[in-house]
Design a protein around this ligand. Structure first.
Ligand code: MN
Length: 267
């Protein structure tokens, strides 16, 4: 039976985490180890300059979970470094209440937890829900949790190529309206951040990164394209960020002024 580590970036009490953990329990043995507070948009973190604490707590269904004061990626690292007595087979992160698309992936705590899994040689799966921007009240994580079940079941069966993680984004639709599952490439996020400068009570300026919610370029074959068609997007990612198409361009550069070889001696 697969041992599934469930984590997230919204904190261990987030409803998306419970919905995911409940579905994952149908697939294997589940350990929940998640941050004790919200780390959304915290990026890929390794906490090295303070201790990490872990405490036992209960999820809303009464089941046991572990909460850490570290980041989502710290939670995965803690498990890998021996905090858990039993070997983990797969890491599933989410369900994030908002989509993680395009350039979001390096900001996203949800995705960076899955990145940490790939560093440890394990399959990592990040699951996010593309909830409407103006949604009020509780979100229904049911359809996204059932999609996560299908995806994780398939990954347990087929495995993933080494170093590959999956970024899964689910449209906010009832089960029967979800328009299938597409394998996609990362699209282009369009951020609309604006700097909001204010003045504190002592007359010093401070700043908020504000502005409007980001949009994205809807293009066929991308994560944005799939969601625009009401489909689930699965983007395989890896941590090799090399710009391969730039290697040849840069290899022709001369770093010495006399046009000689690229040696730092002389030239
Ligand atoms: Mn989040």
């Amino acid at each position: 039976m697969a041992h599934i580590l469930v984590t997230n970036d919204d904190g261990v009490t987030a409803p998306g985490l419970l919905a995911l953990a409940l579905e994952m329990r149908k697939l294997g043995q589940v350990t929940v180890l998640a941050p004790d507070h919200n780390w959304s948009a915290s990026g890929h973190v390794k906490t090295m300059h303070r201790p990490l604490r872990v405490k036992e707590m209960q999820l809303l269904d009464g089941s046991l979970a572990l909460a850490s004061d570290g980041a989502p990626s710290d939670c995965v690292a803690l498990a890998m470094l021996g905090l858990l007595p039993e070997k983990v087979d797969i890491v599933v992160s989410g369900i994030n209440p908002n989509a993680n698309l395009g350039h979001d992936v390096t900001y996203s705590g949800t995705v960076t937890a899955a990145m940490e899994a790939s560093i440890w040689g394990l399959p990592g799966i990040a699951v996010s829900l593309n909830s409407p921007e103006n949604h009020h009240g509780a979100l229904d994580y049911g359809p996204a949790a059932r999609v996560a079940h299908r995806v994780v079941r398939t990954v347990i069966k087929n495995g993933l190529p080494g170093g590959v993680l999956l970024n899964v984004n689910v449209p906010y639709l009832p089960d029967e309206q979800i328009n299938g599952i597409r394998i996609t490439r990362q699209g282009l996020r369009v951020y609309r951040d604006r700097l909001d400068e204010r003045v504190d009570p002592r007359g010093r300026p401070y700043y908020w990164i504000g502005g409007d919610a980001p949009t994205g370029v809807v293009e066929q074959g991308t994560d944005f394209g799939a969601l625009a068609e009401g489909a689930v997007s699965i983007t395989p990612l890896h941590l090799d960020l090399t710009a391969y198409q730039a290697l040849e361009f840069l290899s022709g550069w001369q770093f010495s002024e006399d046009g000689g070889r690229n040696s730092l001696k002389g030239g």
